[in-house]
Design a protein around this ligand. Structure first.
Ligand code: NDP
Ligand code: HSE
Length: 435
């Protein structure tokens, strides 16, 4: 084989970054492989879109068939996103004996097992480094670097858009909608940004990481998912007063025969390493039984960081092709015959600390009533603050609890929110003081 031929589907944000890196670093890639990687075709239906990077003549096409049906193309890079037609395109590529690289975490979270099975049966590889953590090589680290370890936990910020929004709201007092628009303009957000801000993109990614870490399949519906749209600037302010920051965390924990997988806004001590990761940066803390804690930090979205991960996969697959060693590492690291369906702990049975902000009328005995309900449900209070004094209007009363069971807290809030002195639904944010 004297060259590796690559075809890209989708010339948007990541497609442009990938093409730029392949073309501008072609000499470096040649030195690493011994043969050149040629960008043969780039297919996209959008003729109008302004791109920051010009392609050489004859490379751009509006027909995906020019990629999928070209027998000289070895690797198909899927960068159009979404479920269909991306799934059908990848299946066609695999059926045609082509290797695949994709950044499509939504598709992998929904249909990864099917695609990995089809690829193995056809003897081709699927690279998906860009699907989690943008430019951070976390997939390869879990598959290969940590292969000696039983992974115990993953605490992560894996949505660049969400982190960008929360950081700007926290550090600059900016408005949610304005900062989301900025993230969209920078190419960080998904085509449908509700995936980012409702925590769904993080759920897709933590399902992928948990599969790799624990050797299981994780049904998406078992991932508890809560986004950041209900975070009020008031809570960001209270968090600061308590010495915390709010981050959209994706957490996976190994409990032996069960696992925990969840995504939700979380208060963290401001001084914890993960809380200091701001803007589009992602942070992934992996704890293995022998290696202990490791922290990965890097740009979690954007054309070039993500393109870097895509090109890393192209180089990796090219090496396998050139050494005739395709399939050397199983897609989930664990061999398929040992991969089992995950038993995911119900959210109600999980324990953590909590931040609870009640809106209560400022009357004598109110604090005692609320704390009485918490006490009856076995929830112990670590600290409390009440802000302002107002005879007629409600004021915020904030409780930080010690570790409590989710179900007990929900039951207590059901009662608290029915108290006559409580005027609004209580705001709940989970808290992890030891991360
Ligand atoms: P973009 O929307 O910027 O690019 C996708 C391109 O594919 C668009 O030009 C789109 O055209 C085109 N396209 C869509 N459907 C078809 C089709 N049927 N045939 C041909 N072209 C098509 O998306 P991104 O580059 O941001 O994302 C691509 C993938 O990478 C997604 O899976 C995303 O989740 C993932 N990803 C994105 C990151 C980022 O930072 N942006 C980071 C990590 C992963 P049209 O505009 O007409 O739909
Ligand atoms: N929309 C995603 C994010 C892109 O903001 O993290 C990277 O996967």
């Amino acid at each position: 084989m004297d060259a590796i031929h690559v075809g890209i589907l989708g010339f948007g944000t990541v497609g442009t970054g990938t093409a730029q890196i392949l073309l501008e670093n072609k000499d470096l890639i040649l030195q690493r492989l011994g043969v050149p990687v040629c960008l043969a075709k780039v297919a996209d239906r959008d003729l109008e879109r302004k791109r920051n990077y010009p392609l050489p003549d004859g490379v751009f096409t509006t027909r995906v068939e020019d990629v999928l049906e070209d027998p000289s193309i070895h690797i198909v890079v899927e960068l159009i996103g979404g479920l269909e037609p991306a799934l059908s395109f990848i299946r066609r590529a695999i059926a045609g004996g082509k290797h695949v690289v994709t950044a499509n975490k939504a598709l992998l979270a929904h249909a990864g097992a099917q695609l990995f099975g089809e690829a193995a049966a056809r003897g081709v590889e699927i690279g998906f480094e860009a699907s989690v953590g943008g430019g951070i090589p976390i997939i390869r680290a879990l598959k290969e670097g940590f292969a000696a370890n039983q992974i115990q936990s993953i605490y992560s910020i894996i949505n660049g858009t969400g982190n960008y929004i929360l950081s700007r709201m926290t550090n600059e007092g900016r408005k949610f909608a304005d900062v989301l628009k900025e993230a969209q303009e920078k190419g960080y957000a998904e085509k449908d940004p509700t995936l980012d801000v409702e925590g769904i993109d993080s759920a897709h990614k933590i399902a992928i990481l948990a599969s790799l870490a624990f050797g299981v399949t994780v049904p998406l519906e078992s991932v508890y998912t809560e986004g950041i749209t209900h975070i009020d600037p008031l809570d960001i302010q209270f968090a600061r007063e308590f010495g915390f920051k709010i981050k959209l965390l994706a957490i996976a924990k190994n409990h032996g025969d069960q696992i925990e997988v969840r995504v939700h806004p979380t208060m963290l001590p401001s001084e914890s390493p993960i809380a200091k990761v701001d803007g589009v940066f992602n942070a992934i803390q992996v704890e293995g039984d022998w290696v202990g804690k490791n922290m990965f930090i890097g740009r979690g979205a954007g054309a070039l960081p993500t393109g870097s991960a895509v090109v890393g996969d192209i180089v990796d697959i090219s090496r396998s092709l050139l050494k005739r060693a395709c399939g050397r590492v199983s897609p989930l690291s664990t061999l398929p015959r040992y991969v089992r369906p995950a038993r995911v702990k119900a959210m109600e049975s999980i324990s953590s600390e909590f931040y609870l902000r009640c809106s209560a009328l400022d009357k004598p005995g109110v604090m005692a009533k609320i704390s009485g309900v918490l006490g009856r449900h076995g929830i112990s209070i670590a600290s409390v603050i009440q802000k302002g004094r107002h005879e007629e209007r409600a004021v915020p009363v904030v409780f930080v609890t010690h570790s409590a069971r989710e179900q007990d807290v929900r039951d207590a809030l059901g009662e608290i929110d029915r108290l006559e002195v409580v005027t609004e639904k209580t705001m709940l944010v989970r808290l992890e003081s030891s991360v």
